[in-house]
Design a protein around this ligand. Structure first.
Ligand code: COA
Length: 403
């Protein structure tokens, strides 16, 4: 029997228009299932609730590899201008603005697209492959590819792929893929079905190559998404490490940065950079108590294209790992070292206050003094320190279990 996987996105809104849920799950078409995922729920912001429908359901089905799309809007009833004197929200129009043309609304057409999935092959060149062991379903193989916008069919595939940003990242926007400074990295799951090898889309990353005077580039990670059914399995770290290693091999690359990184991205980057740096001689355990050194900055920059700010975080994480925090002297030295860095912005505040004292009228000065009260600064500094250390401990735990 023919069977396949597909990504299903359902937006269901309760009749009282209050609690909409967005579900994405990867499952098989028809009845046969090798690997099912639990549904992931993400609530939609209040102002995105559609007005004027009863039993509204937005159905988006994507074939797992090529992301061919079925789009349908269903509802039991809707308000009409003639009887209710109000217009319902144009839900279909809004979604059509996001999904590219070429989708189908016909289930039979979609079924025939599913049958073509066996013809789908990952775009671009293979950078890295790895396996993940899943307790219930066994071993899975994944491939990371680097694709060019000029690969036949990739432009259209990317248009479908980037629609997921709109469903899962609040501040997402589309990129101008025609700009040849974009690099695209994709992860695929390779699986066998009825003797055939098929591929499912797992996630992707876009990177923009900024120019650095006089002859370097600075790749900047712009978008990164691992589809919800695959999150928390280590794919994000695999992708980031593969991309990092790729740019490290290019002499023209100065260093690698990220645009407006989310908290989760920073966690991922800390883990990957610590993993990469932990074997560098300048980060050796006996060097760590001597402080953050110029050698560390140089080696991280030259060998791994890591900038000074990120190298400093790596140093603090590795030093925490090497510090016996039950030893009062060691713990104190570590605390002072981290607080010294955290204190930077507060010190700037002090300098600004000194300048202000010279030029502000007394009543203006008092209003600014409130923001810079020393006691509050100390409390804030201590809280920042505790938060930083807690985050570092999670990275150290992950290095111990998954690196
Ligand atoms: C942020 C994001 C890219 C991370 O991808 P991911 O594949 O989930 O990342 P990983 O699986 O490598 O790591 C995530 C967690 O899973 C854990 N994990 C990793 N491998 C694991 C494994 N084999 N088994 C169990 N847990 C594992 C990690 O320890 C980590 O836990 P932590 O968050 O407590 O540190 C992904 O969540 C995402 O796409 N989010 C939405 C968009 C976004 O925020 N993008 C980033 C900025 S644009």
């Amino acid at each position: 029997m023919f069977c396949n996987r597909l990504l299903i996105l359902l937006l269901s809104q309760k009749d009282d228009n209050t609690v909409p849920y967005l579900y994405l799950f990867l499952g098989p078409c028809f009845s046969y299932c090798t690997r099912c995922y639990t549904m992931q729920g993400a609530s939609i912001k209040q102002h995105e609730i559609a007005f004027g429908y009863k039993g509204l359901q937005i159905q988006l089905f994507y074939t797992a590899g090529n992301l061919s799309t079925l789009f349908k809007v269903k509802y039991s009833s809707k308000v009409t201008e003639a009887f209710d004197c109000v217009e319902p929200d144009d839900v279909e129009g809004k979604i059509r603005e996001i999904i590219p043309s070429g989708f189908t609304s016909n289930a039979d057409d979609f079924t025939s697209l599913l049958e073509k999935e066996a013809n789908f092959k990952p775009f671009g060149t293979l950078l890295h492959s790895y396996t993940v062991h899943n307790e219930e379903a066994g071993e899975f193989t994944y491939q990371i590819h680097k694709a060019e916008i000029t690969c036949p069919g990739f432009r259209e595939y990317h248009e479908r792929l980037q629609t997921f940003l709109m469903w899962f990242i609040e501040t997402a926007s589309f990129i101008d893929a025609d700009d040849d400074r974009w690099d695209f990295f994709l992860i695929f799951e390779k699986y066998n079905k009825d003797g055939e090898t098929l591929y499912a889309t797992v996630g992707y990353m876009t990177v923009y190559n900024y120019y650095v005077y006089p002859d370097k580039t600075r790749p900047r990670v712009s978008q990164m998404l691992i589809l919800p059914p695959f999150q928390g399995e280590g794919h994000g770290a695999q992708l980031l490490e593969a991309v990092h290693r790729f740019y490290c091999s290019l002499p023209k690359v100065q260093d690698i940065t990220a645009e407006d990184p989310s908290e989760n991205y920073v966690k991922l980057r800390d883990f990957v950079l610590v993993k990469l740096c932990q074997n560098l001689p300048s980060f050796a355990e006996d060097k760590l108590p001597q402080g953050f050194s110029a050698d560390m900055v140089q080696e991280a920059q030259d060998k791994l294209k890591i900038n000074k700010k990120h190298a400093r975080r790596v140093y603090e994480i590795l030093r925490l790992r090497a510090t016996d925090m039950s030893d009062e002297k060691q713990a104190r030295e570590y605390r002072l070292e981290v607080k010294k860095r955290l204190f930077g912005p507060y010190r700037k505040n002090q300098r600004e206050l000194a300048k202000m004292k010279k030029c502000l009228r007394p009543e203006e000065l008092v209003s600014h003094m409130g923001q810079m009260d020393t006691q509050t600064q100390h409390e804030e500094l201590e809280k920042s320190y505790q938060d930083v250390v807690e985050g570092y401990r999670r990275i150290i735990e992950r290095i111990a279990t998954h690196a």
